[in-house]
Design a protein. Structure first.
Ligand code: ZN
Length: 172
C-alpha cells in the first residue's frame, strides 16, 4: 500500500508545505495539537515535518496514519489546531465504514503534511457527530480553524478522498 518512494520523499517535506493553507500564529510558527496527549505544540515552519515531535510526550506530530480520537480530543483539535483536520465518523457495525478504512489510511499517507486524518467512533463518541449533524456514516469532514470547510457522507476510494480533501483545502 505504501511504497518506499513515498517514505523517502517524506524526509524532504517541510512544514512550509502547509504554510499556504494555514494562517498561523505568525508566518514562521504554527500550532499543532498532539493527537496522542493533547499538548498544543508551537512548531516552526522551517523544520522538516517528519522531525516534529510533541514537546510533552514525544509522539510524532505529523503521523502518517489516521488516529482514533475521542470527543474530548476532537474538541481540542478543533479549537486549537492551525492544521487542517480530516475526520471520518465511523462505527464497528458499519460495513461501508470498514470497507473505506484502507482507502482512508492511504489518503492519510499521501496528505500527511496537509492535514491530520482522524477517526471518531460514533457509538462511544456521539457528541461531535451530533453537533455536526451527522445522519449517516461513514461521514467525512474537513475542518480548519474551527470551521467546517467541507463535508460528505458515503464511502469513497482513496483517490476520491485525496482529490476531495485537496480541493476543499485548495492545495495542489
Ligand atoms: Zn503529545
Amino acid at each position: 500500500m505504501v511504497d518506499g518512494h513515498d517514505s523517502a520523499d517524506m524526509a524532504d517535506v517541510r512544514l512550509q508545505a502547509i504554510k499556504g493553507c494555514v494562517m498561523g500564529v505568525s508566518d514562521s510558527i504554527v500550532e499543532v495539537v498532539c493527537v496522542n496527549c493533547g499538548q498544543v505544540n508551537r512548531v516552526p515552519t522551517d523544520r522538516p515535518a517528519n522531525k516534529a515531535t510533541c514537546g510533552r510526550c514525544g509522539a510524532i506530530l505529523f503521523g502518517r496514519e489516521p488516529v482514533q480520537i475521542d470527543d474530548a480530543g476532537l474538541t481540542k483539535q478543533i479549537e486549537r489546531s492551525d492544521f487542517p483536520l480530516v475526520i471520518d465518523f465511523w462505527a464497528e457495525w458499519c460495513g461501508p465504514c470498514r470497507a473505506m478504512a484502507p482507502a482512508y489510511a492511504q489518503a492519510a499517507v499521501r496528505l500527511a503534511t496537509k492535514a491530520h486524518f482522524l477517526k471518531v467512533e460514533v457509538d462511544s463518541n456521539p457528541m461531535w457527530a451530533g453537533k455536526l449533524g451527522v445522519r449517516g456514516i461513514p461521514a467525512l469532514f474537513v475542518i480548519h480553524r474551527g470551521k467546517v470547510v467541507a463535508q460528505r457522507s458515503g464511502a469513497l476510494d482513496s483517490s476520491s478522498i485525496e482529490k476531495w480533501v485537496r480541493s476543499s483545502l485548495d492545495v495542489s
